[in-house]
Design a protein around this ligand. Structure first.
Ligand code: CTP
Length: 405
């Protein structure tokens, strides 16, 4: 078996469900990421998809029957020992019942009994089967044994019913796989990420906003999730593709964002999060008054009276000081000038807003892009530059630094 640092072998268990075709897409994603993949089928799987599909995608023979042990010399123990992670996707009610009962009447079940690897399961079944007390109990038994789950989604099911039971999408299972392989460095930590722009209404259809895409915040939330954290995101109006299990609250205006942040950070009761990252581009101003209807162009004012929005991060800094909690506060700073000006602004915001770290970036390097270049300055005076890279990589670096605060 492999050591921790080189863990990259995924054994993909496929069972007899209409969602089996999605497992092929998942295998392709794993291969693209550089994982080694082998597939093992339950008896019913072949009625939905051919082993050859997985053989072609993974470049490895598929274990799909006991016969192969004799004819091709593929052993279930060998597969069980080879794996760093076993992912069952899709997992039917039948396989989960047999797995919970410790049965081993097909090669996949035998692998599951024999392996020492972590197990990740993506259930797929009819909504009533999913909510049946027998299935609920089986899932509970498996959870208590350390099996991890990617919750099925809600919606129309292949059987004609609507409800929970549809297998999670391959990209979602992929993020849960990264978490299962992750370093667990933020396990049991609660992380709140605030991201995206805010919109400040002028009338029923017009608003003031900015170019923030929320991508940096989404990358930070995914990275915190990968590291095992319990993650919550508060996002302004942007598209957010977050793994299931990450809680999302959508807000529109700065005041709504403030209310949502305050309700989750320093409430009267309950523990505040361990880490709060304000990656949002909060609008600094809002129109003094909002017109409920749409203004006709002839009625639009020549000048728009504005008023300041509250500074959410500064308020958090104050509240933390008063509460004396150990919550780590991280802010961002965006400037459009020279790097020297950015560093100066970062240092100023660090002390003015009473936070632990400010991540500075230039507007032209970051806004709406998939990449970024940042300068991190922390309260201990440490300065770290991260050269242009994908926001996922920048997020890794930021969270590595946050751990040192
Ligand atoms: N921020 C906030 N509430 C605001 C404005 C900003 O919480 N009303 C947070 C941002 O999320 C970011 C940090 O404060 O983490 C710095 O934001 P930035 O817009 O760069 O700076 P400002 O404080 O608005 O100052 P200025 O626009 O003058 O540079």
């Amino acid at each position: 078996m492999s050591t921790h640092s080189e863990k990259n072998k995924i054994l993909l268990g496929v069972t007899g469900s209409i969602a089996a075709y999605k497992a092929a897409e998942l295998a392709r994603r794993y291969m693209k990421r550089g994982y080694q993949v082998k597939a093992v089928f339950s008896e019913g799987a072949e009625q939905f998809i051919a082993p050859l599909t997985f053989q072609a995608i993974t470049g490895n023979p598929v274990l799909s029957s006991w016969d192969q042990e004799h004819t091709q010399g593929i052993g279930h123990i060998e597969y069980a020992d080879w794996a760093d992670l076993v992912v069952i996707a899709p997992a039917t009610a039948d396989i989960l019942a047999k797995y919970a009962a410790g049965m081993a009447d097909n090669p996949l079940l035998a692998v599951l009994l024999a392996t020492q690897a972590r197990i990740l399961v993506a259930p797929a079944m009819n909504v009533n089967m999913f909510h049946h007390p027998a299935t609920v109990t089986n899932l509970q038994i498996l959870r208590e044994r350390g099996v991890r789950f990617v919750e099925p989604g809600e919606g129309p099911l292949a059987c004609g019913w609507r409800g929970r039971g549809r297998m999670a999408e391959p990209w979602d299972i992929f993020y849960h796989t990264l978490r299962a392989f992750g370093d667990d460095s933020l396990q049991r930590k609660r992380v709140l990420v605030v991201t995206g722009p805010t919109r400040e209404a002028i009338d029923a259809v017009r608003f003031l906003s900015n170019r923030s895409s929320g991508k940096m915040g989404v990358a930070l939330a995914r990275e915190a999730f990968r590291r095992g954290a319990e993650v919550e995101v508060i996002a302004g109006p942007v598209r957010t593709k977050l793994p299931s299990g990450v809680k999302l609250s959508s807000v529109t205006s700065a005041e709504e964002m403030r209310q949502a942040v305050l309700a989750r950070t320093f409430p009267q009761h309950g523990e505040p999060p361990d880490i709060v990252i304000m990656a949002a581009a909060v609008s600094d101003v809002r129109p003094k008054s909002v017109v409920k209807e749409k203004l006709k162009k002839g009625d639009l004012p020549k000048a728009l009276p504005l008023e300041r929005n509250p500074d959410i991060l500064a308020e958090l800094g104050e509240m933390r000081e008063k509460a004396g909690t150990s919550t780590k506060l991280v802010g961002f700073a965006v400037e459009s000038g020279e790097i020297e000006d950015l560093i100066a602004a970062v240092q100023q915001k660090l002390s003015e807003k009473k936070v632990d770290m400010i991540v500075g970036n230039l507007a032209e390097d970051s806004l709406e892009l998939d990449t970024n270049r940042v300068w991190m300055v922390d309260k201990h005076g440490r300065e770290t530059e991260v050269a242009t890279s994908f926001k996922s990589r920048i997020a890794e670096k930021i969270l590595q630094h946050v751990r040192k605060l």
